[in-house]
Design a protein around this ligand. Sequence first.
Ligand SMILES: NC(=O)c1ccc[n+]([C@@H]2O[C@H](COP(=O)([O-])OP(=O)(O)OC[C@H]3O[C@@H](n4cnc5c(N)ncnc54)[C@H](OP(=O)(O)O)[C@@H]3O)[C@@H](O)[C@H]2O)c1
Length: 258
Amino acid sequence: MISSSDNRFKEGQHVVLTGWGVGETHWGGLSEKACVKADWLVPLPEGISAQQSMMIGTAGLTAMLCVQALQEAGIKPEDGEIVVTGASGGVGSVAITLLAQLGYQAVAVSGRASENGEWLKSLGASRVIDRDELNQPAKPLEKQLWAGAIDTTGSTMLAKVLSQISYGGAVAACGLACGFDLPTTVMPFILRGVRLLGVDSVYAPIEKRQRAWKQIGEVLPESFYRQSCKEIALEDVPAAASDIVDGNVSGRLVVKVQ
Ligand SMILES: NC(=O)c1ccc[n+]([C@@H]2O[C@H](COP(=O)([O-])OP(=O)(O)OC[C@H]3O[C@@H](n4cnc5c(N)ncnc54)[C@H](OP(=O)(O)O)[C@@H]3O)[C@@H](O)[C@H]2O)c1
């Protein structure tokens, strides 16, 4: 923080800004300096540096909000496995790390299971399954496999996951990497009491963000930054963006803007 006209913040304080449309509907997502609304800022908790906050980023915050949604739904480590789709992505890889640190058995679902399996296990995945196992039409109800799920994919994959959630379980859904449709039925909801929990980090209220950043600071291990984050230069951004869309990036890329 260089200066603030809002008395909630002071010079020299470390803050983080994600969401609120910055980089989408507001210019300046990759600028070195920005003048922004104080309402958008979260004071960084102790132990998270400015660089680390961007390694965590929107994806990490969203992953934490998904984990907290499951916790608030009463899903406990002893209830059974938590399945995480889109595991190699930013949200998926942080979610697996956080779940494992909190004592959950996280099962990673990946389209790159052979290429990324060892890395996902090193983050804490108890096992890794191939995306093809879930990326196919679901019956209204299937064998109950998961106590909960964090879904970053939507569409066929989310429908499959819903049909396999155990009685009383919950799914935190935040993404649409597979598609924005949802070809499911009411059966998991009305016969198994399954809950579908929508998660949004972009316009999440400030108290929710503060709670999530605090828990990230407490739970995310130092090893995460080494294992899952790569720094790139500003001029590498267009190529990296294409690589992300083509599914060739794992974990998090941080842009060095200076
Ligand atoms: N609700 C919110 O506030 C919020 C916030 C952040 C992100 N999101 C959304 O959450 C999703 C994940 O974000 P992210 O930052 O983790 O993205 P990402 O880094 O691009 O990761 C997405 C992952 O999904 C998997 N995937 C890619 N194409 C797929 C397909 N056609 N079918 C099934 N899986 C596919 C890949 O993992 P594998 O190769 O391991 O399968 C990929 O690494 C995105 O849809 C994003 O828009 C929502």
